[in-house]
Each structure stands twice: as structure tokens, then as C-alpha cells.
Write a protein that binds this ligand. Structure first.
Ligand SMILES: [Zn+2]
Length: 154
């Protein structure tokens, strides 16, 4: 039961204890926050590492992929069919790409404006686009050909 009246030294002791408890609580909160921050940083670092590994693996797969269908055991990199495993897509904002469905490499038709701003990149992209455009594929629906003709005429 609390006393009615404390001596000065008792009051000082209580106040000191009170301050100690508060400091301990603050320290605990700070330690928790530090732990949380460190865990988040570790998670972020791991995610970045995973992402980089994933990107590197994707690029590796894209380098070895033949972008063709078929192949022994249907291994993506051993495609040997006459038909290529590519699809032509137009994104909503008009970016036209040809994508390999085995390695997910995308080859983009260079924008006409790029010819002025970066002729070297334009030439490189155009060469790859033209090469991929010639890949025979039974994936390409005739509709996209008609679209291409209509697009070229516009
Ligand atoms: Zn491919």
C-alpha cells in the first residue's frame, strides 16, 4: 500500500527508479527498431541478390537459347524445329516486340525517332528486329500480319 508521505530520499529513489524504467523501455524500443531495420536491410539485400542472380540466369539462358521449338527432351536451349518459338506482340503503348517463349528474350522494333538520336543503336536494333522478323513460326496468327500491313499503310 502506498504511503501517505515519503521522505526526500525515498522520493528521490522512486523518481530514480521511474527514470531507470523509462530509459530501459526506450532502449528496448530502440533495440527492436534496430533489429527490424537490420532484418529489413538483410531481406532487401537478399532480394537484390536473388534478382541479380535471376537476371544473370535469364541472360545466360537467352545467350544459349536457339529460340526454336522442339529438341531433345524439350530442353529449351536445344530447340531444333524449323519453327521458331517466337511470338509477335504489340504493347498497349505501341511498342512492338518479338519474344521467344522459351527464354523470354524480347527483340524490339526500334522507334523511327531513334534513327536520329542514336543511329548506331537504331542500326543494331533494326538488324536484330529484321533477323527475328524472318524467323518462321507457326505461332504467328495471320491477324498480326494484317495488323502489320494496316499499320505500315497508316
Ligand atoms: Zn529463346
Amino acid at each position: 500500500m502506498p504511503k501517505e508521505k515519503y521522505s526526500q530520499s525515498e522520493a528521490d529513489a522512486i523518481e530514480l527508479r521511474w527514470k531507470e524504467v523509462q530509459i530501459a523501455e526506450i532502449e528496448e524500443r530502440l533495440a527492436d527498431r534496430k533489429d527490424r531495420r537490420e532484418r529489413m536491410e538483410a531481406t532487401r539485400a537478399r532480394q537484390l541478390e536473388d534478382y541479380k542472380k535471376g537476371q544473370a540466369e535469364m541472360l545466360r539462358r537467352q545467350r544459349v537459347c536457339k529460340h526454336r521449338k522442339g529438341g531433345k527432351n524439350n530442353r529449351f536451349s536445344d530447340g531444333n524445329d524449323a519453327n521458331y518459338s517466337v511470338n509477335r506482340n504489340t504493347y498497349p503503348l505501341g511498342r512492338e516486340v518479338i519474344m521467344c517463349t522459351r527464354c523470354f528474350k524480347e527483340v524490339e522494333r526500334p522507334a523511327a525517332a531513334l534513327r536520329k538520336t542514336d543511329p548506331e543503336l537504331y542500326a543494331k536494333m533494326a538488324a536484330e528486329w529484321n533477323e527475328w522478323s524472318r524467323f518462321p513460326s507457326d505461332n504467328t496468327p495471320s491477324g498480326s500480319k494484317m495488323f502489320e500491313v494496316a499499320h505500315a499503310a497508316a
